[in-house]
Design a protein around this ligand. Structure first.
Ligand code: SF4
Length: 419
């Protein structure tokens, strides 16, 4: 097909725009790509114009995350002086879900909006869009994996601490400081080896352990699950984490490691169930081992603090067995179920399942398994919240408040917080 390509020469002249999703991770990924020879900028434009642009150029039957990502790109282009030196980066999962096709929707939208000359680059591990100037080399994957490890660790501890901080804003201050320190290291090509990661993770754990927290009263502990974009992006979920904290609750979002492990295990299941992709299976096994060593460092570092660590993904995966088949792998698939089970087991019995409009996998693997999860964990307090352009924030927040009211009834007056 004839569309503008991102060539290797453009690395020096063009800025790659990335849609926002996870605030901490994105800052680190931005640095990793910048030291790897690219000019990268994460988008932060929000507001009604993003949804308006999305609605203008994407069919309203399409998944809500596609509408937001494309709307954010077009809105950013509309507000840029020079649009001839930018490239748009979009991820493709490579599975059967519509996320693999967002790139085509984006190209179509760019033509309609008059930006047909803007190249789109795909970030994927499935060998899609092979002519792209952005190649996932081993050194780049190693750097991204290090950034992801730091991102998950910081996000986890920030979420654990922020609702109990004695000095308002101290958790945010600490997180920002550490992100800057890590970014400085990454800019110097440091902090990326296994030993450097171990040292940094222990340092992060120690710094968070020093935070002054008031644990005298338990707060409702709420886990957030759902389609990856709506789960993580404040633009997609109307700043759900901040809302929960403002309601005197503790909010927890499972890390990005889970999604990557899920995608890798799916390569193994593809071979086991359908008999295809033997090489992919072995590559997946190798990467799983690689990531498990780093996951272990994270959990070991947290174990030395007052915080309870997350589960090893292997355990999380096992929790979904008997609830949903591991052959269910469209969208978030069995991961969504596994994350709900994990959250309940580590104390987050109250769950918001964030469901984007147009997402069939989310409705099946989220809403569809709630009954079964409640049979296993009768105290699980799960609410499914729909996110779409016409859903009002007030309506979403009122339903969450109702869930929080039920959660508060379960807390004894003198019960202390366990983090
Ligand atoms: S997971 Fe849901 S929202 Fe995401 S691409 Fe698939 S169908 Fe769309």
């Amino acid at each position: 097909m004839d569309y503008p390509r991102f060539t290797k020469d453009m690395r020096k002249t063009h800025t790659i725009l990335i849609p926002s999703m996870l605030d901490i991770h994105m800052q680190l990924f931005e640095n990793v790509l910048n030291i790897s020879g690219y000019h990268v900028e994460v988008l932060h434009n929000e507001g009604p114009s993003v949804v308006e642009e999305g609605l203008k150029y994407v069919h309203n039957d399409t998944c809500y995350p596609a509408l937001l990502v494309i709307g954010q790109f077009i809105d950013a282009l509309n507000n840029r002086k020079d649009t001839h030196n930018v490239v748009l980066l979009i991820t493709q999962t490579g599975g059967g879900c519509r996320a693999s096709n967002y790139i085509h929707l984006l190209r179509k939208a760019l033509i309609k909006a008059g930006y047909e000359y803007v190249p789109v680059v795909s970030l994927n591990a499935s060998n899609l869009e092979k002519d792209s100037g952005l190649t996932l080399t081993y050194p780049l994957i190693k750097k991204v994996a290090a950034a992801m490890t730091y991102g998950d660790m910081l996000m986890y501890l920030r979420n654990k601490a922020r609702s109990y901080e004695v000095k308002k804003g101290s958790t945010k201050e600490l997180t920002t400081r550490i992100v800057h320190e890590l970014s400085d290291q990454i800019a110097k090509n440091k902090g990326l080896s296994f030993h450097a990661i171990k040292r940094n993770l222990n340092y992060i754990a120690k710094e968070f352990d020093k935070l002054d927290l008031d644990l005298s009263h338990k707060k409702p502990q709420v886990g957030i699950v759902g389609e990856i974009y709506i789960k993580y992006a404040s633009l997609g979920n109307n700043s759900l984490e901040d809302f929960l904290v403002s309601q005197n609750a503790e909010a927890m979002v499972p890390g990005l490691y889970g999604f990557i492990f899920y995608c890798l295990y799916n390569q193994i299941y593809d071979y086991n169930i359908y008999g295809s992709g033997l090489i992919k299976k072995y590559v997946a096994k190798f990467i799983i081992k690689y990531l498990e060593r780093r996951e272990n460092l994270m959990i070991k570092a947290i174990q030395k603090t007052k915080f309870t660590p997350m589960k090893y993904f292997k355990e999380t995966k096992e929790l979904s067995e008997g609830v949903l088949s591991h052959g269910t792998k469209m969208g978030e698939g069995w991961l969504l179920t596994a994350e709900m089970m994990e959250l309940v087991e580590i104390g987050y019995g109250n769950i918001v399942c964030a469901q984007p409009f147009g997402c069939l996998p989310n409705h099946i693997c989220g809403k569809g398994v709630m009954k079964k999860i409640k049979e296993i964990h009768p105290n699980a307090n799960i609410v499914a919240i729909d996110y779409d352009p016409s859903a009002t924030r007030v309506n979403q927040e009122n339903r969450i408040k109702l869930m929080l009211a039920i959660a508060r009834e379960e807390i004894k007056p003198d019960e202390k917080a366990k983090i």
